[in-house]
Design a protein around this ligand. Structure first.
Ligand code: KG4
Ligand code: ZN
Length: 363
């Protein structure tokens, strides 16, 4: 077995087929992603059966591509890591079966990685020649925020492998709300980048609509985005008629009113995230134990331009180091799986070949 530090990561939890080779937990030698966006676009969301079939067709070429890009062979890899939870069960099973087969055939340790926790590790990753947004020495303990298409959750992170959940969305994930908002506005899928682009239209008024920020008076660190989405729906279509029908769809919208709606939606969504981060920060500072040193963030919505600015301001307001991943590592990828796996391997947390796919999160 090689004593090296190369880990092959595999990620198939939703609609990206991904493989990566990461050295010593942070240096990304290869990060290959085969996106299925075009397969699912006509349906306005991920179709699970189509996703698992596409993973089965693409995974082995994607793994070969990653090894080629990293300039190494399977025999050089010290361990095989796989995102085994949470996600779509059929999609997870494809990656898990491949990872188990490789681990068994190569006689290497198998490491099961939590996809959501891996998102939080993404800002520690870097390409050769460019430093990571955050170094290991500066990262912990940290407040963690994952905002993606499937998850919106905050953690206290005491190390890469020691996380405690503080709160999560009670309904839609933030990325899901962006995607649904885009559908309401008649934009394409995935909708988050479309809303982001539209909201940046010169002259767009982010106060044109007073969309709600939910759970302000609520004591918890949970989020809710379904009310925001419904407010946008009613602003576009009017109140529902008896029977649940609407008298209009999005075709009446001018380009400028669509841009105002996108900008107002994005403002309220970002405000909701920062509001709960402020509360989490306040709770933490009132405790006597070790102070929070950093804000770790991850997930596809961290690619959002307005959220990136707001997170940067939040961190600087509180003197926190900021782990804001490069956009390449915000969206689903296998480098974050291989990176976090390095720490699990060194903590002795390897899996056996009966590792299960788990559709729901661990914490
Ligand atoms: O992390 P990710 O690739 O998948 C999950 O683990 O769910 O996140 C995908 C989500 C989608 O909902 C997509 O619309 C959203 O991230 N997203 C964005 C932006 N780029 C991607 N949302 C808002 N603004 C963006 N620029
Ligand atoms: Zn994800």
């Amino acid at each position: 077995m090689p004593s090296g530090t190369l880990i092959l990561g595999i990620e198939t939890s939703c609609d990206e087929t991904a493989a990566a080779v990461v050295e010593a937990g942070t240096l990304v030698r290869a990060n290959v992603i085969a996106s299925q966006a075009r397969i699912h676009a006509p349906y306005g969301g991920v179709v699970p059966e189509l996703a698992s079939r596409a993973h089965a067709e693409r995974l082995l070429p994607v793994v070969r591509h990653a090894l080629d890009e990293a300039g190494c062979a399977l025999a050089d890899v010290a361990a095989i890591a796989v995102g085994h939870r949470p996600g779509l069960i059929g999609s997870l099973l494809v990656g898990l079966a491949a990872a188990k087969a490789l681990a068994w055939a190569l006689n290497r340790p198998l490491i099961g990685v939590d996809h959501v926790q891996a998102h939080l590790y993404a800002s520690l990753l870097h390409r050769p020649g460019s430093p990571p947004p955050l170094t290991q020495a500066d990262a912990w303990p940290a407040l963690g925020l994952v905002v993606s298409g499937g998850h919106t959750v905050m953690y206290r992170c005491d190390s890469p492998v020691d996380l405690t959940r503080l709160g999560a969305t009670l309904d839609d994930a933030l990325g899901e709300a962006f995607d649904k908002a885009a559908t309401i506005l008649g934009l394409g899928y995935p909708g988050g980048p479309e809303i982001d682009r539209l909201a940046r239209t010169p002259g767009a008024d982010d106060r044109a609509y007073d969309f709600p920020v939910a759970l302000r008076r609520h004591d918890s660190l949970d989020f809710s985005f379904s009310g925001l989405k419904t407010s946008l729906l009613y602003a576009v279509r009017g109140l529902p008629l008896p029977g649940g029908q609407f008298e209009r769809d999005h075709h009446w919208l001018s380009e400028m009113s669509r841009a105002d709606l996108a900008a107002s939606f994005q403002r309220a969504a970002v405000e909701a995230v920062i509001y709960k981060l402020e509360r989490a920060w306040k709770n933490w500072s009132q405790q006597a134990d070790c102070p929070c040193r950093a804000l770790l963030t991850g997930g596809g919505v961290c690619a959002n331009s307005r959220l990136r600015v707001a997170l940067t301001e939040f961190a600087s307001r509180h003197g926190l180091r900021l782990g804001l991943p490069d956009p390449e590592f915000c969206l689903d990828n296998a480098a974050m799986i291989a990176g976090l796996a390095y720490h699990l391997l060194h903590a002795g947390r390897c899996a056996s070949l009966d590792l299960q796919a788990e559709p729901t999160p661990a914490c």
